[in-house]
Design a protein. Structure first.
Length: 422
């Protein structure tokens, strides 16, 4: 499903400016907004599960992609105008959505993903399904709160009269989501708020910061782009991923650079300056994360998130509970292991033995491929725009060397994908 054309279309979200009719203290782009929204959706969703409410994470993940695709297509129409068209001119709004669908027909092909995108644009499924209704409620709250956070950062440099109407509308939108426990904690600046503030620092950290580049990409936006690429690249394999595996891959990708929120980005050439430095840096990252991030993680997501970011580029599972029916089928695999323990396995082993929710499989190798694809696009795009440097040229060349012709990683012929660019 992932092609050069689709990857470049999604990459456009790094160039879509937000709030461009106000004074902005830093670049506010659509990819970063989408990233923070999904971080918030994860936090809010986990609190809802803690309260006994079901969340359809698969629906949420796909909707995050579809929201972004639609935003890319309609970036020239401000959100308030879109809402007005939807409210006052429903027939025209339907035709507008049909136009959006057509923009992606060729890019997505007649695939199952395109059918889901078509349904997303034309039908509101939340009315018929209470789980999707709750999930949509969470996602909308994440959208509104992430917008509010942008507004709060803008408010320090803009004159008051420019903001009053926007503030009233945002507060009104937030009010309809105040039943969510996670949102209550964010608005009252409890631990989840402190955790988010640290993650937000990834929005200010620019990748490839040693060289001029267009468009600039933040660590947070890059992480969301990797998550989207992971979702799409799964479709390029002949494997049917269980829902937990898709969920783990998406959020492991979204949070794969989480330690950089407290350590800052250390570029690869520096990390590899000596033989022992990579392991030393990894050890230091783990210590700082344990000291500064873990205390801010709520119990409802701490263990899971630590599992997702541990050894983030390794294919892994968690040993299921011994009373699981699955264990009785492959019990030999877990001899000497305790329930919940991390096991490093191969992509092929996950496909053959562990592609079940009970094993919580995660394809770190696939995430690593997507991390490299994202880095390649960041370098290649700037070079093609005429903004280049030795750092970008070397970075692009070194990424291509990792994937020689014929090398298959996590079921993907990565060289064939890169070959589309030449």
């Amino acid at each position: 499903m992932l092609t050069k054309q689709l990857a470049l279309k999604i990459f456009e979200a790094f160039s879509i400016q937000r709030w461009n009719d106000l004074v902005r203290p830093f670049d506010l782009v659509e990819m970063d907004k989408a990233a923070e929204k999904m971080v918030l959706a994860y936090i809010l969703g986990k609190f809802e599960e803690q309260a006994g409410n079901s969340i359809d994470w698969d629906w949420m993940i796909h909707t995050a992609l579809f929201d972004l695709l639609k935003k890319i297509a309609l970036c020239d129409i401000k959100s308030p105008v879109q809402r007005m068209i939807r409210r006052e001119y429903p027939d025209e709004y339907c035709r507008l959505n049909q136009w959006v669908i057509e923009q992606y027909r060729t890019l997505l092909g007649e695939s199952e993903l395109f059918k889901k995108f078509n349904d997303y644009c034309l039908y509101d499924t939340s009315e018929a399904d209470p789980v999707i209704a709750r999930t949509s409620h969470v996602l909308r709250a994440a959208h509104k709160y992430s917008t509010l956070r942008e507004f709060q950062m803008l408010s320090v440099v803009n004159e008051r009269f420019r903001l009053e109407k926007i503030e009233k509308e945002l507060n009104k939108d937030i009010e309809s989501h105040l039943d969510l426990r996670g949102l209550q904690l964010l608005l009252t600046k409890q631990c989840p708020y402190d955790f988010l503030m640290i993650i937000e620092q990834l929005r200010f950290q620019v990748r490839w910061n040693q060289t001029p580049r267009v468009p600039n990409t933040s660590v947070l936006g890059h992480s969301f782009f990797v998550a989207i690429l992971t979702l799409l690249l799964e479709e390029n394999t002949d494997v049917v991923f269980c829902p937990t595996r898709r969920y783990n891959n998406f959020f492991a990708a979204l949070f794969h650079d989480l330690p950089e929120a407290v350590t800052r980005d250390i570029i690869s050439p520096v990390k590899q300056a000596t033989d022992d430095l990579p392991s030393i840096v990894k050890h230091i990252e783990e210590k700082i994360v344990a000291k500064e991030l873990v205390p801010l993680m709520d119990v409802c997501f701490k263990d899971e998130l630590l599992y997702l970011i541990e050894d983030e580029f390794a294919d892994k599972i968690r040993v299921p509970h011994h009373d699981s029916l699955l264990v009785s089928k492959i019990i030999e695999k877990f001899k000497g292991k305790t329930a919940g323990e991390l096991m490093n396995v191969s992509f092929e082993e996950i496909n053959e033995f562990y592609n079940f929710p009970e094993c919580s499989p995660t394809d770190g190798g696939l995430i690593r491929v997507c991390d490299h694809i994202a880095a390649f696009l960041e370098a290649d795009s700037s070079i093609r725009h005429g903004i280049t440097s030795a750092h970008l040229q070397d970075g692009r060349t070194n990424l291509l060397r990792i994937y020689p012709t014929g090398k298959i990683v996590s079921g993907i012929d990565v060289a064939s994908f890169f070959a589309e660019f030449y």
